[in-house]
Design a protein around this ligand. Structure first.
Ligand code: ZN
Length: 68
């Protein structure tokens, strides 16, 4: 199974698999290289658990639950 899952929530919020970018979670500092990343407003990026915690997304999408 590949990690091609990509979900656009709104124009400014989307979930994608970060293969290359050297970024970390805005909230917890977790290294997001090679992991699912949620981009929110103002260019802030978060790991999926933090995105749920801070209400960027309502819940972890079923498709990626086993990967986060
Ligand atoms: Zn985080």
């Amino acid at each position: 199974m590949s990690n091609n899952f990509r979900l656009r929530i709104t124009n400014h919020r989307k979930i994608f698999f970060n293969y290359t970018r050297d970024i970390s979670c805005f909230s917890c500092g977790h290294d997001l290289h090679d992991s699912y990343t949620v981009s929110g407003n103002r260019g802030k990026t978060r790991c999926v658990p933090c995105a749920v915690k801070y209400h960027i997304i309502d819940e972890i999408p079923e498709e990626i639950k086993e990967f986060v």
